[in-house]
Design a protein around this ligand. Structure first.
Ligand code: GLU
Length: 479
């Protein structure tokens, strides 16, 4: 069975990169009737963030990429929290030691620092651990460990030859063993490093395909050597292309690129975000831009992944989200989801026909939910403010707004067609251009000249609101 995984470290805000990996891992697992798991790699206690794990798992639920197994949903191959597996890591470290694929190194960090400095002073660039303790006789190593001397366990990397990583997307990637470092596998406190823990866990969790970001490719020869040392088969390695931020550098939360939670707060739809991530480095065979996870499962092939690295352009994501609002979701869906979004933001408006009518009217005018409220507040309160431009327009309309109010009060109906005829007729008989009438009217009922089409606006507001708004505007204008 195909088993894929993501192995996020809970160090802070849920990363866009984690969502990206989760998408490709989910798609590949589902396409093959396999299993997608999430292992939380929390062994780096210094960078551990207590809320991060929950937020990562919540993010996956929000995106609809809920894994088959995770710390929230354990199965017989768990626990899926790495720190709870330290005994397993130590047990396998011991096997590597006994088989001669690892050795104890007793250097203190002061010694290591001093040697690194001395090497720098000689003008040598740091090439990793100098392997001082690599050839300590085993008896001496055992004796010193038994005597309580602190040590780390290091991988015994072959001193010559090469280690080949078979990457699904890149073919054979060759690493000269002389360039590899004898990486630490167990730290002095007996806790594993990422390299050991990840490989032991991947194997014991039955992971068949390691699909992860390109930045891990350089670590993969180390991973291959660990697996070999333990006598285990390698998974298939697939390193996905870089996600780049707007400056062409790696997309990074630390560099200030938005997190998934930022997009959620912005009011981006999860399906639009997934669609967008799917377009990063992959494309549909028919070139379609709008597609969902299900479409990806049907059409996904590694051959269509391009390695160049893709730029994550927030403007394009917003555009795509707008397309979802106008072309993919039903009107009712947009209204209910927008309403839920507003409620979550603490905005209280009823989900009624007026709300639905406003959403229908405004939907071409916003791309993400967070823009809706600032552009539409005046539809929901009689207490809206008049901006400066609006006040000027009200002054321009002082002479006729009263008559116009009377005409609107007597209008035989309050639909767009009737209103259009009425307003044009009114302008005509007043000897004014239609715009000269409509701009002050718009300012009066919306508090701003920037609003959707005049006739639609009036219809959605309804006669009663329009008349009382005109009253308020005229008293403001004459004040
Ligand atoms: N814990 C690593 C991370 O934070 C996992 C890397 C991997 O997928 O092997 O990305």
């Amino acid at each position: 069975m195909v088993v894929t995984r993501i192995a996020p470290s809970p160090t802070g805000d849920p990363h866009v990169g984690t969502a990206y990996q989760a998408l490709f891992n989910t798609v590949f697992a589902r396409q093959n009737g396999g299993k997608f798991i999430v292992r939380i790699e929390d062994t780096d206690r210094a960078r551990y963030n207590a809320t991060s794990e929950t937020r990562i798992l919540d993010m996956l639920d929000w995106l609809g990429l809920t894994p088959d197994a995770s710390p929230r949903h354990e199965d017989e191959l768990g626990p899926y929290t790495q720190s709870l597996r330290a005994d397993l890591h130590r047990e396998h470290a011991r096997r590597l030691l006994d088989a001669g694929h690892a050795y104890r190194a007793f250097d203190t960090s002061e010694e290591l620092d001093a040697r690194r400095k001395a090497a720098e002073e000689r003008g040598e660039s740091y090439r990793g651990y100098d392997r001082r303790d690599r050839d300590l006789p085993r008896e001496e190593s055992d004796r010193r460990a038994a005597a309580g001397e602190p040590f780390v366990l290091r991988l015994r990397v072959p001193l010559e030859g090469e280690t080949v990583v078979r990457d699904r997307l890149r073919g054979d990637v060759r690493f000269d063993n002389r360039e590899l470092d004898d990486k630490v596998l167990l730290k002095t406190d007996g806790f594993p490093t990422y390299h050991l823990a990840a490989m032991v866990d991947d194997h014991l969790m039955g992971v068949t395909h390691v699909i992860r970001a390109e930045e891990w490719l350089v670590s993969t020869p180390i991973h291959v050597l660990i697996l070999r040392g333990l006598g285990w088969d390698e998974p298939e390695w697939i390193h996905t292309p870089w996600l780049l931020g707007p400056t062409g550098k790696k997309y990074s939360k630390r560099r200030g690129d938005p997190s998934v939670e930022d997009f959620r707060r912005m009011g981006v739809l999860p399906e639009a975000l997934l669609n967008f991530l799917g377009m990063m480095g992959w494309s549909m065979p028919d070139g379609r831009e709008i597609f969902g996870v299900q479409d990806m499962i049907e059409h996904f092939t590694w051959e269509r992944v391009s390695l160049g690295g893709s730029t994550f352009d927030v403007t394009k994501l917003r555009w795509l989200n707008g397309k979802y609002l106008r072309e993919v979701l039903t009107e009712e869906d947009v209204a209910t989801r927008l309403h839920a979004f507003l409620t979550e933001q603490g905005v209280q408006v009823p989900l009624d026909d007026h709300f639905r009518a406003v959403v229908r009217l405004m939907v071409p005018r916003f791309e993400v939910f967070s823009e809706f409220w600032e552009k539409s507040t005046y539809f929901f309160t009689e207490d809206y403010a008049f901006n400066e431009k609006a006040l000027k327009l009200l002054a321009d309309g002082r002479d006729f707004l009263d008559d116009l109010r009377r005409a609107l009060a007597e209008a035989p109906a309050f639909d767009q067609t009737t209103l259009e005829a009425l307003l044009r007729g009114f302008a005509d008989s007043a000897g004014l251009k239609p715009g000269k009438v409509m701009q002050p009217l718009r300012a009066a009922v919306a508090g701003t000249p920037e609003s959707p089409g005049m006739f639609e606006l009036l219809e959605v507001l309804g006669r009663e609101r329009v008349l009382s708004r005109l009253d308020r505007a005229m008293s403001v204008a004459s004040a």
